[in-house]
Write a protein that binds this ligand. Structure first.
Ligand code: GLY
Ligand code: MN
Ligand code: MN
Length: 429
């Protein structure tokens, strides 16, 4: 539907050409789709099944307990489950589960493996404990998946358009008095109406000081006059997604402090977007955001002293405590970076990805600057930065909460393409 047979064959070819240099002819790789997860105490109830993204990417199928096998001589072999008649009674025909081409019955997997006497079988997908050569095979798989193909990009653009409709509805709806929950309903109602399957993560909505809670869940709080409402909301079709953040002023009159904080985050956002292109290390883009925010806070009088000392002491980690972004696309944390087993921190933030950008990587750019109670009241932070932060000045900014701006960019040969550019950004304040 979203991915043709040709898309799937091309993905497999690209991956096989990498795996062939790692595998012996008598070795095999199995990629598992995963098992449904029982709800605690839920009797026969399970959580909605999400296939392991590697399995979905390689097959276009979403059925639980399936396996795809790769061997240099045999190529790709699929072991699938029959759909029992009884299942169709409860779940319908479930066309998305149907087998696209010839395959083996999953029941034959054991005898197939026995007959072929593979010297090694490496298990990937939804399995525990990936080490040794399996680790290298998974890294090759992740690195291949990180480069988005044209069908994936088309689907992401479609998702961005759906999210745009949702955000436009928020723009019309936000006013003093509306609750955070009502904003969630406006957004999610619109994207579901427009064809989204679900949201890729719990929609984040924080108004006023709630905007400083990084993953704030919408509450029954009424939006007040002269506040910011932070909305970090995505949109999902078959686990493909976008992840977007926008700020909405609750009313026409917003304070100069709100404006200044917004403009600072926007500056970091613009400059980081401009830097992102093939060959650039993501850590350098993150570090740039940290520097811009440090400079801004110094200018506001929230930080004190000398810029280079403040940078060296990484004081910005109190106000920008997360990484600049993460890979996105197939799931909101797409391939992550499981090969990075000793993640380093930069300006106090552990980056989810510490990679060199390549053409067709899809990554979020999401700088933020927040007044987070849990950090500002932390005794260790207070003493560590007693001379670097103007604590009295902080008191005057805390009511704002925080600001984040998030777009999803596709790295292109020359630079990048902002796939979520259509989602309205307020520029009027
Ligand atoms: N949407 C949640 C995040 O970006 O972390
Ligand atoms: Mn994000
Ligand atoms: Mn987000």
């Amino acid at each position: 539907m979203y991915f043709s047979n040709q898309d799937i064959q091309l993905r497999r070819q690209k991956l096989a050409s990498k795996w062939d240099s790692l595998l012996k002819p008598d070795e095999a790789v199995l990629v598992y789709s995963g098992e449904p997860l029982a709800k605690p105490g839920g009797l026969d109830q399970t959580y909605p099944f999400l296939p392991h993204p590697a399995y979905y990417w390689l097959t276009g199928r979403r059925r639980e307990e399936e396996v795809i096998l790769y061997n240099k001589n045999e190529g790709w072999l699929e072991f699938q489950k029959a759909i029992p008649a009884e299942e169709a009674v409860w779940e319908g025909a479930r066309k998305d589960l149907l087998v696209s081409g010839p395959g083996y019955n999953l029941l034959e997997l054991g005898s197939f493996l026995e007959k072929n006497k593979f010297s090694q079988i490496y298990k990937l997908g939804q399995v525990a404990g990936v080490a040794g050569k399996a680790f290298d095979l998974r890294t090759a798989l992740d690195q291949t998946r990180r480069v988005k193909d044209s069908s994936e990009i088309k689907l992401i653009k479609h998702l961005a358009q759906i999210a745009t409709y949702g955000y436009q509805k928020i723009q019309e709806a936000v006013h003093p008095g509306i609750t955070e929950k009502e904003i969630q309903i406006v957004y999610e109602g619109e994207i579901l109406r427009r064809g989204a399957h679900t949201v890729p993560y719990d929609t984040i909505i924080g108004s006023g000081t709630n905007s400083a809670i990084l993953h704030a869940l919408p509450t029954q709080k009424n939006v007040q006059e002269n506040e910011f409402v932070l909305v970090d909301a995505g949109c999902d079709i078959y686990d493909y997604c976008v992840d977007i953040t926008r700020m909405f002023p609750s009313s026409g009159k917003i304070s100069s402090q709100h404006r200044a904080l917004y403009q600072l985050v926007l500056k970091a956002h613009h400059e980081c977007m401009a830097m992102s292109k093939p060959g650039v290390f993501w850590r350098d883009v993150h570090n740039h955001a940290a520097k811009v925010i440090t400079e801004g806070l110094l200018q506001f009088g929230i930080l004190k002293g000398n810029l280079s000392t403040l940078l060296e002491k990484e004081v910005v980690s109190v106000f920008f405590p997360h990484g600049l972004g993460h890979l996105v696309g197939l799931r909101v944390r797409d391939t992550g970076q499981e090969e990075n087993v000793n993640p380093k921190t930069y300006f106090g933030a552990r980056l989810r990805v510490d990679i060199e950008l390549e053409e067709n990587h899809l990554i979020t750019v999401e700088p933020g600057c927040y007044f987070i109670q849990a950090l500002l009241e932390n005794p260790t932070i207070k003493s560590k930065y007693s001379d670097d932060i103007a604590w009295n000045e902080v008191e005057k900014w805390k009511h704002i909460g925080g600001v984040r701006m998030e777009d999803n960019i596709l790295i292109t040969r020359e630079g990048n393409d902002n796939l979520t550019i259509g989602v309205p950004k307020s520029t009027e304040f």
